[in-house]
Design a protein around this ligand. Structure first.
Ligand SMILES: NC(=O)c1ccc[n+]([C@@H]2O[C@H](COP(=O)([O-])OP(=O)(O)OC[C@H]3O[C@@H](n4cnc5c(N)ncnc54)[C@H](OP(=O)(O)O)[C@@H]3O)[C@@H](O)[C@H]2O)c1
Length: 307
């Protein structure tokens, strides 16, 4: 348990900052349930894979390469299927979706966990800023390709971040998705994480009345490989202070596991969660017009890059 967890209480859900993925899934038998997870080979994704498989779920575990996914699956045991899904390559994402559809298995949840953070300089793929393309467009392709594979009460879980509050002042910069007009490591990460919130909300709206849901979340701040692009001094400080002020990996993986499988979340949609409780996203995160525009623009981008 992290030190901070000692001082933080629990919320209305009965869970809180210090609850771990094991805590929020305690007593649940997930056998017979299939869950697709991206970013299964590292950080909180790997812990999510371990805990969901331990509770009996069949986890379709996606990583950039099938070798990375296989090695994560080998480490955790349980019922797992490794798949390749390189989110910055639409063909890879589509191949992953096709493999899932081919399996014929209904998905109890899709956990969009993979992500990159704070790239110091502008990187692009297919002409778009890489964090936006990887964190949002890759997951947009994956999820929209798999909507028919979602089980009746299937849940889409978008792993966002409180860093979405640091998105540009106007929110999504629709006129600068290439990043060429201006670029900031944290502002563009924030924009991509705002896109995760808006996508979950837009999807929740489209799924109304179906029993299927979509939500987004902030997992907490956890020392993982995510900080690899930060400067060495900041990384060193995180490594030293981490155990005192950051969440443990188990605590960090809790909210996404809670949203994916806990019975009390059934039917809850379009919310932003933190510490396994309903939280509050930014003003832009609650902007329905921006969510609708992002959906349209994302569809146009997907049509362009998959033509
Ligand atoms: N750690 C935190 O404090 C924190 C805070 C707020 C939100 N989050 C969010 O939590 C999620 C998980 O992060 P983490 O902390 O566990 O980081 P991590 O240890 O770096 O794991 C990130 C995962 O995403 C994968 N990934 C990155 N780029 C990809 C791509 N192009 N295609 C497919 N997979 C890709 C990575 O694969 P490789 O190992 O092959 O690169 C890795 O499996 C992210 O969405 C992040 O934004 C984390």
């Amino acid at each position: 348990m992290s030190l901070l967890a000692t001082f933080k209480g629990k919320g209305p859900s009965g869970f809180g900052y210090g609850s771990t993925a094991e805590d929020v899934t305690s007593g649940l038998d997930l056998s017979g349930r299939t869950i697709l997870l991206t970013g299964c080979n590292s950080g909180i994704g790997k812990e999510t894979l371990r805990v969901l498989a331990k509770r009996g779920a069949h986890v379709i575990a996606a990583a950039r390469t099938v070798e990375k996914a296989q090695s994560a699956c080998d480490e955790v045991g349980g019922e797992t299927t490794p798949v390749a899904c390189e989110l910055s390559e639409p063909a890879s994402v589509q191949a992953c979706a096709a493999q899932v559809i081919e399996s014929g298995l209904p998905l109890g949840a899709i956990i969009c966990n993979a992500g990159i953070m704070a790239l110091p300089t502008l990187n692009q793929k297919h002409g778009y800023e890489l964090q936006f393309f990887t964190n949002h467009i890759g997951h947009f392709i994956l999820v929209t390709s798999l909507l028919d594979s979602l089980a009746d009460q299937g849940r889409v879980v978008m792993v966002s971040s409180d860093a979405h509050n640091g998105a540009p002042r106007e929110g999504i910069q629709f006129d600068n998705l290439t990043g060429e007009r201006e670029y900031g490591a944290w502002a563009n990460y924030g924009q991509s994480k705002l896109a995760n919130v808006l996508f979950a909300n837009g999807l929740a709206k489209r799924l109304e009345g179906t029993g299927k849901t979509a939500n987004s979340l902030h997992p907490g701040v956890i020392h993982t490989n995510l900080s690899r692009s930060m400067n060495p001094i900041a990384r060193g400080a995180i490594a030293i202070a981490g155990p005192l002020v950051l969440k443990s990996i188990g605590e960090g993986a809790a909210t996404q596991c809670y949203l994916a499988v806990h019975p009390s979340v059934e039917g809850v949609a379009g919310k932003y969660f933190s510490d396994s409780n309903v939280g509050r996203s930014s003003r832009h995160g609650r902007d329905e017009e921006m969510a609708a525009k992002l959906w349209d623009v994302s569809e146009q981008i997907v049509a362009e890059v998959t033509a």
